[in-house]
Design a protein around this ligand. Sequence first.
Ligand code: SF4
Length: 229
Amino acid sequence: MSNEQQLSLFEDSSIDSNDQKELIPKDAKIPIPTGTYANMTELAQHCNQCHRCGLGKTRTHAVVGRGNLKAPIMVVGEAPGQTEDETGLPFVGKAGQLLEKILASVKLDTETDVYICNINKCRPPDNRVPTIEEMDACKPYLLEQIRLVDPKIILFVGATAVKGLTGDKRAISKIRGEWMEWDGRLCMPIFHPSYLLRNQSREVGKPKWLTWQDIQAVRAKFDEIHKNQ
Ligand code: SF4
């Protein structure tokens, strides 16, 4: 018997890979291997029927993402709020409008330059922060989104986004504006726009002013990458 034939005896023929794929939205213990989804439509179908964590019970829509599916910049936030849950689109409430303004201030267009998504695809009740278990259950979808979009730069919007993807638990005030590398990609944490809505001062050193510095650094890096391509 050849080596290949011997090795094939190890395989469990009762598990069909298509059946395994269909189990993904049912249980967080079912892995989502790299390359599971051929495109974002397939991934969104699973998210909309998903109960890998308890947030699936109360959602109206899963909020997968919006923007350019091949964008050079990916924005990763925390989780959908009420408007996002109702519309199925991320960052469309007041905080989302401010995010659009922040990006537009350095001429970044959300339809061409950016893809926007969240760590969790379903809204946590009362907009609470998602738990570690909820973030871990949803993370494989995000990893697939990152693989499909393949951005050059990831913008982490708020501390939960950083923690959910990289496990880094430092306060956003300590790490915002600093380039970090994750999975070979350049990442920049910035303040969440909802925090900026509560801190409106534009004085030097205040969160809004700091965010203006950060987004200019992102624009400069974006131009540098573009120039070297
Ligand atoms: S938050 Fe993510 S893991 Fe939880 S039910 Fe929604 S899509 Fe599934």
